[in-house]
Design a protein around this ligand. Structure first.
Ligand code: FAD
Length: 561
């Protein structure tokens, strides 16, 4: 099977056949960014690798983040200098190996009189931030006068404003970054499948030798054998550890984080904004994303299952209230919310008591008595390092088991991710335009697919109907549905509408109008019968309904000031 088709529904079937046929060196459980990075690194070192995820790739925390590749300015407050240093280096690496998916973003951090963090502290923190990035960030920071800050962001509250810091971080598409890592893993020989849940560990002699799985699309069960099995299930890691040992202590202290999406015109900002919530003084962001803005995040202890995490009315009110305090003209109310997303941070349980914001973002690898290796903690930004650290351990374990040589580390910091071999995004946009693609569509395709946008343009040239928008007035086109199924292993309607594209989050009706025609097209491509097509639409509309549940919680609040 060619590399081009191996990351498709056909590739999924072939991967499952392979995985159930013969043992692999490494079996990764979890198709989020952490599992994806491990699979990429291990496959590049020449190990035979399998990866299964119980839902869609990136369907857990890795599509519910703040979408930032950042050093983590706010971790300076807790003295987490090592993490900021490492994350800053990773920001530089990712800007190089995935320039289409990880793009520089300017941030304005306004200083207010009487605020919890005074101007001089912001000023000092920005120096330290640049220092920890070895002054090799996209640009070094600047300090702006009160006037200059208002010129840059006229909507900012004027009262008490004393100045602002302008600094740089990067923004990404978390779900597509996960996908890019997985596709790189497959190109290097890994076998991966979404919608395959691990239901038990297989320990014939007390040592983990594989897993029992159930295909969530067909219900079929099977066994997959792995010489080393890694649990990379993010907020689910403790559940998996208890499958191994019911008394395993918790490694995590997960916290819930929520974002709300509102029309960008309501806030009218150009830059990303870092703010201190007037409610509790926490650091938050207002982030631009095409014509919407997302505001986040909350950070609360929550014992909800990772399968059930949702935004509540209180979360939404807190976020809107915080943004309104900084942008008084926005007057955002719950009815302005286009969508929300919520995720559980898989944070390491701290040794002593700490507030949610103080819990470390570092990662840790542990091995149980039966040999199950678990990686816990970490961040989207540091996924490559997490992958490398796990594979170092796996390679040593394989060497200890059968004497094979330990392979050298792979150049994961230099090898570009699929779509990343692109010198200049603007040149690519121009070349798509030269092939008769409208500007907004060309820009959207280049940003989402990088150099691979050429493949989508080819599809459109062959069949001009594929160049039509999926929803009028939006840049997503039908070629993306074909591409998602044929080259991005989209198996369900929600995969296309939520994670391959983001219509679910950006269209005020959550892409509901697109659900029937996209399901029709997917039915043709995937061979669904009428019943399955109808079920896919119904399941999607249920997701849409759940996304609006927060409205019940805010029904009583008529105004958020
Ligand atoms: P997940 O992405 O949750 O992946 C785990 C996977 O395991 C899931 O896909 C699930 O389906 C699978 N799984 C679970 N059980 C099983 C099973 N039994 N069998 C098979 N598969 C299974 N980090 C940053 O660097 N920048 C940010 O801006 C940022 N913002 C954040 C904002 C919020 C609100 C949150 C919650 C987190 C944020 N993070 C950020 C942290 C980052 O998103 C996470 O650290 C990262 O996504 C975790 O990835 P993961 O692969 O470990 O977990």
């Amino acid at each position: 099977m060619g590399a081009e088709t191996s990351f498709s529904h056909r590739g999924r079937a072939a991967a499952l056949a392979k995985l159930t046929d013969a043992p692999v060196d490494l079996l990764v459980i979890g198709g989020g960014i952490t599992g994806a990075a491990i699979a990429r690194d291990a496959a590049l070192r020449g190990l035979s690798v399998g990866l299964v995820g119980k839902g869609d790739f990136g369907g857990g925390t890795s599509s519910h983040s703040s979408r930032l590749i950042h050093g983590g300015l706010r971790y300076l407050e807790h003295g987490d200098f090592r993490l900021v240093f490492e994350a800053s280096r990773e920001r530089r690496v990712l800007l190089n190996i995935a320039p289409h998916l990880v793009r520089p973003l300017p941030f304005l951090f306004p200083a207010y009189r009487g605020s919890r963090v005074p101007g001089w502290k912001i000023f000092a923190a920005l120096w330290l931030y640049d220092l920890l990035a070895s002054f090799r960030n996209v640009h070094t920071h600047k300090w702006l006068s009160r006037k200059a800050a208002r010129r840059m962001e006229p909507g900012l509250r004027e009262k008490g404003l004393t100045g602002a810091g302008l600094y740089w971080d990067a923004q990404t598409d978390d779900a597509r970054l996960t996908l890019a890592n997985l596709r790189a893993a497959v190109l290097a020989g890994a076998h991966v499948a979404n919608y395959v849940e691990v239901t038990a560990l297989s320990k014939p002699d007390g040592t983990v030798k594989g897993v029992a799985v159930q295909d969530q699309l067909t219900g079929q069960t099977a066994t997959i054998q792995g010489k080393v099995v890694v649990n990379a299930t993010g907020p689910w890691v403790d559940g998996l550890r208890r499958m191994d040992d019911p008394n395993a202590p918790a490694l995590l202290r997960p916290t819930k984080g929520v974002h709300v999406v509102v029309p960008r015109s309501r806030i009218g900002h150009t830059n990303a904004i870092t703010l201190l919530s007037p409610v509790d003084g926490r650091v938050m962001f207002v982030l631009p994303w095409d014509d919407v803005s997302y505001i986040g995040t909350t950070d609360t202890d929550d014992s909800v299952s990772p399968d059930e995490v949702r935004a509540s009315g209180d979360d939404v009110i807190y976020l809107l209230r915080s943004a309104n305090a900084l942008f008084p003209q926005a007057r955002l109310a719950p009815k302005d919310v286009i969508s929300t997303w919520a995720g559980l941070r898989p944070l390491l349980a701290p040794e002593k008591s700490a507030t949610p914001a103080q819990v470390s973002r570092e990662h840790r690898i542990v091995e149980s008595a039966s040999g199950l290796m678990t990686i816990a903690g970490g961040k989207l930004t540091t996924h490559r390092v997490m992958g490398r650290d796990v594979v170092d351990r796996v390679a040593q374990k394989l060497h200890d088991a059968d004497g094979r040589p330990v392979p050298p580390r792979a150049a994961t910091d230099h090898l570009v991710l699929p779509g990343g071999d692109i010198a200049d995004l603007e040149v690519m946009v121009e070349s798509a335009r030269a092939r008769d693609i409208a500007e907004p569509v060309a820009r959207h395709l280049v940003h989402a697919y990088g150099s691979e946008s050429a493949a989508l343009v080819n599809l459109i040239e062959r069949d001009r109907t594929l160049g039509r928008p999926i929803l009028d007035g939006r840049p997503e086109v039908w070629a993306e549905v074909v591409h998602a199924v044929e080259r991005e292993m989209a198996m369900r309607l929600s995969d296309v509408l939520i994670r391959r594209t983001h219509l679910f989050y950006e269209d005020p009706a959550h892409g509901s109008a697109a659900a029937p025609p996209v399901a029709r097209r997917m039915a043709d491509l995937l061979g669904w019968d009428r019943t399955q097509e109808t079920e896919e639409i119904a399941d999607y509309l249920t997701e849409v309904q759940r996304a609006r549940e927060f409205m019940t919680g805010v029904a009583r609040a008529s105004r958020v000031s």
